[in-house]
Design a protein. Sequence first.
Length: 172
Amino acid sequence: MSRRTEETDEPLDDRPTDAEKTGWKATLEELDALADERRADGWDVLTTLAGDTAPEPPEAGETDRFGLVHIVPGDDADRLTDLLETIDIDEFEAYRRTVGTTCFLLTELRDTETRQCVLVASAYDVGDAEALATHAADVGHLFTRFQRLDGTPVAEIRHDSYEKLLPPSLTD
């Protein structure tokens, strides 16, 4: 591996650090454990891993939509679309850890009447969430948004108690 010098345009090494790998691994382990726990309690559970997550304030996009935007893979997007058309998300929980500048997030969306839930593992850069946190504080809510890789919207969920989706450093 060569080092970046003034004579080359070679990019810096942007591979995940060991701490970030450990944070992601722990998030996936929590996803599996929580899914098993819910299923043991009689819940139907859909799990997905966001291929990418971006904290998007209204001024970042072509529309005024804002929130934590999760890119979900095709088959998961299809299942998520079908499920969210038939249930009513009335509770959510978020489990997060921050490692360096990365927030690892496990979001649980629940329909308590039908005992169905969606678990989403994701990670995003805390610095990218500052403008979103400011906007959410101004308007009093935040959205979890799902979309396909090509940008096609899948679903969005509004959270009036959004603080647990963001690191405490952005909501205190």
